[in-house]
Design a binder for this molecule. Structure first.
Ligand SMILES: [Zn+2]
Length: 358
């Protein structure tokens, strides 16, 4: 072949290849979210709910969809994703899953109404619920930030604080894991497992609803409603019900891991010549992790003896004068789940008699 023709033919072949390649290349559009394998079809979902109902049936759950009514300020940059509405849709879906699993559900609002922060905790404390779940979506500190996006779940106080209750962190971990999984979101770099202390946001105070709610409580920030990616799906009702599914599954698995029970044994408790003896039974079918036990007297951590045959925690305190003392004890089972908050006031009268109040 003549050299010029040869070059021409190579050039044309190359162009042909480029055009062919371009015309056969399809742009891959990943779905905005995946459908969980245990969520659809309906028969699978019903079966999954039924399998979790043995851990959930009879539980009382308080749901708190954040904001609403006069508080509709938190929006995405375009203004069409309103945090209050997303929170409510997720909460109503979650309510229906819990009810199908045999739970009693209380809710701070079931429509777009104003509910004051303090009143949300008051409702929860008076409801007789076992746990409190507040549902929110997040925004970064800078309004121009449309990139930050992760799933986080908050518990009250930090591990070093007396007011910290480890069961709240347990629940936060379970929910963060399952919620971030169904959303396909990371859980942020501020935590290994997606659980965060509310003292990270308001040092020493935390979130009002977590500080004032006396039952075990978490606050979920499902995602950032300001994220350019998240805003595409937060108004999608199917996606909101999948979010609820993640929270539901997290709570179901939290209860499945078991919660140790603690009781004060009155017969083994006594006070004589400034010596106070207390005895607690700590039980869980999964077994108690003896290294997890913590006992606090008058807000100070104190030593104790753990009898692993009887699962008794015995405390002998000396130089205790009559008065009122707060007592707190915590223990985890071998699955890592901690007991629910156990706090009592021990009142020692001048005649040496003891009374215990919650
Ligand atoms: Zn919020």
């Amino acid at each position: 072949m003549h050299k010029t023709n040869y070059v021409k033919s190579v050039f044309i072949s190359a162009l042909f290849l480029i055009f062919t390649a371009c015309s056969t290349t399809t742009i891959f559009n990943p779905p905005l979210y995946e459908i969980p394998g245990d969520w659809q079809p309906d028969s699978i979902r019903t079966k999954t709910i039924l399998s979790y109902s043995k851990y959930l049936s009879g539980k009382k759950i308080f749901l708190d969809p954040g904001h609403g009514g006069e508080d509709r300020r938190n929006k995405n940059p375009k203004g069409d994703v309103i945090e209050a509405d997303v929170n409510l849709r997720v909460a109503l879906n979650l309510k229906s899953y819990f009810e199908k699993a045999g739970c009693t559900v209380f809710i701070s609002r079931d429509k777009d109404t104003t509910v004051q922060l303090g009143y949300r905790s008051e409702l929860a404390n008076n409801s007789g619920a076992d746990i409190f779940i507040s549902i929110h979506h997040n925004a970064p500190g800078k309004s121009e930030d449309i990139f930050t996006n992760y799933t986080s779940v908050y518990y009250h106080a930090k591990e070093v604080n007396y007011e910290f209750e480890p069961c709240n962190r347990d629940m936060a971990r379970y929910v963060a894991r399952d919620l971030s999984y169904v959303m396909g979101n990371p859980t942020g770099l501020g935590s290994f497992d997606g659980s965060y202390s509310d003292y990270n946001i308001y040092p020493g105070e935390g979130f009002s609803v977590l500080r004032k709610t006396k039952i075990p409580a978490i606050l979920i920030e499902g995602a950032f409603h300001t994220s350019r990616y998240e805003e595409l799906r937060l108004n999608n009702e199917e996606f909101n019900s999948i979010q609820a599914w993640g929270i539901f599954r997290g709570i179901a698995r939290y209860f499945k891991a078991g919660i140790p029970k603690i009781e004060l044994i009155p017969d083994s408790t006594g006070y004589k010549e400034n010596n106070l003896k207390l005895c607690f039974a700590v039980n869980d079918s999964a077994g108690i992790d003896k290294h997890s036990v913590r006992f606090y007297f008058n807000k100070e951590e104190r030593d104790f003896l753990f009898d692993k045959e009887k699962n008794f925690v015995s405390v002998n305190l000396t130089e205790v004068v009559p008065g009122e003392y707060p007592v707190k004890i915590n223990a985890a089972n071998k699955n890592g789940n901690n007991s629910l908050p156990f706090r009592r006031i021990i009142k020692i009268s001048n005649d040496g008699s003891i009374s215990v109040t919650e």
